[in-house]
Design a protein. Structure first.
Length: 325
């Protein structure tokens, strides 16, 4: 009886093996052909309307779940968790609001399915880990974290979790970062200064722009660097229009958002070492506040030196040299 069962198990195993070998070989020659031969449907159905990103309460109670949870908490408590890397006053959720799920504030849900991708600013195809480090070095004006660190894996585990079921390459709301706004509007710094008080920005972000605790700084040495997307007139106007004031998002007129953005971005902020090599093939958007190839700085603010200029650089992906291949 025992021997018969053992024999049966072996047969099944052998069948499974030859099946997968056969399938692998066929798939190598004609992708998809093996699937139809096995009668399995190969099309993926995805309905954005029905899709909801996973939330904290959905995190499984296992080892992967522990990593996902650490990633979420790094997003929320970045300077507390990694003070040598997040050296300023911003945390990831200062911009990626609602744990990276809010569609109008550069959502991170779906990011796992959008990378690797070509980034015109760096002029190269980058992996999601490098994109994380672009935010550490530019948006947080901090230092790049080691790509192979457990913390990086935790970030990526969280992004994969909140991207679950989004097929690779599918464009969903927020795929292109902040909602694009009419870039034909000009911002007026003086009008923005008046709005900063009348629209209550000052009550939270303070007259010095330095913020306080979980209220992030808008300018000065602890704010985002000049190399951040937020340092561009149109990008910050979009963020402000859709997300601020925190108590009444969506209440500002587009012109008011542009004026506030011009005011916020007229102040001194940390430099971004290496920024002159951005958009290496040209084509920088007109509101980039520093010189790049074929582009003159747009309303450049005063720049504050970085304490660790080397840490502010995200190396381009290295190529294995011919000799060591
Ligand atoms: C000052 C605001 C700000 C902060 C702080 C910030 N980011 Fe970002 N991040 C952005 C913006 C804006 C974009 C999208 C670029 C755009 O719209 O031009 C972005 C894009 C990203 C993307 C790419 C998303 C995609 O699918 O394309 C990732 C990943 C990311 N950020 C991770 C992080 C992490 C991790 C942190 C904290 C260490 C962080 N960000 C902090 C503003 C910020
Ligand atoms: C009730 C308090 C409050 C008010 C009022 C407020 N903010 Fe904010 N703001 C916040 C908080 C909190 C965040 C971080 C988001 C989060 O943690 O969810 C933030 C984030 C920001 C950011 C992105 C992060 C950074 O530091 O650059 C900008 C830009 C910003 N606010 C601009 C404004 C402007 C302009 C106004 C006025 C129209 C305004 N805020 C009004 C609380 C406020």
């Amino acid at each position: 009886m025992g021997r018969a069962l053992f024999g049966l198990a072996l047969t099944v195993l052998a069948a499974a093996c030859s099946d997968s070998v056969g399938k692998g070989a066929a798939a190598g020659a004609v992708p998809g052909a093996a699937d139809s031969a096995h009668g399995a449907a190969s099309s993926v159905t995805f309905s954005e309307a029905a899709w909801k990103p996973k939330r904290e309460a959905d995190i499984p109670n296992d080892s992967l779940g522990a990593s996902i949870k650490r990633g979420l908490y790094l997003l929320r408590f970045t300077p507390e968790s990694l003070p040598k890397y997040a050296t300023g006053g911003l945390r990831c959720v200062s911009c990626h609001q609602d744990d990276g799920l809010r569609v109008t504030s550069a959502p991170l849900a779906g990011s796992h399915a959008r990378f690797p991708k070509y980034m015109p600013r760096s002029g190269t195809v980058i992996a999601l880990a490098d994109r994380v480090n672009y935010c550490f070095t530019r948006s947080l004006a901090g230092n790049a974290i080691p790509v192979s660190s457990r913390e990086m894996i935790d970030f990526l585990a969280y992004f994969a979790f909140i991207s679950k079921d989004v097929p690779v390459g599918t464009k969903i709301a927020g795929t292109d970062g902040l909602v694009s706004s009419p870039d034909t509007l000009a911002g007026d710094v003086a009008r923005g200064a008046a709005l900063y008080t009348s629209k209550q920005c000052v009550t939270c972000h303070l007259a010095t722009g330095a913020g306080n605790g979980p209220i992030p700084p808008l300018w000065g040495p602890r704010s985002y660097s000049v190399g951040a997307s937020m340092a561009r007139l149109e990008r910050a106007a979009s963020f402000i229009k859709h997300n601020m004031p925190q108590t009444a998002p969506g209440s500002l007129a587009p012109q008011e958002a542009f004026d506030l953005s011009a005011f916020v971005n007229s102040h001194a902020r940390p430099d971004s070492p290496g920024k002159e090599s951005d958009w290496p093939t040209g084509g920088a958007p007109s509101d980039v506040p520093y010189d790049t190839k074929g582009h003159k700085a747009f309303h450049p603010p005063l720049l504050l030196p970085r304490q660790n200029p080397q840490g502010a650089l995200v190396p381009k992906p290295p190529v294995i040299s011919r000799a060591s291949r």
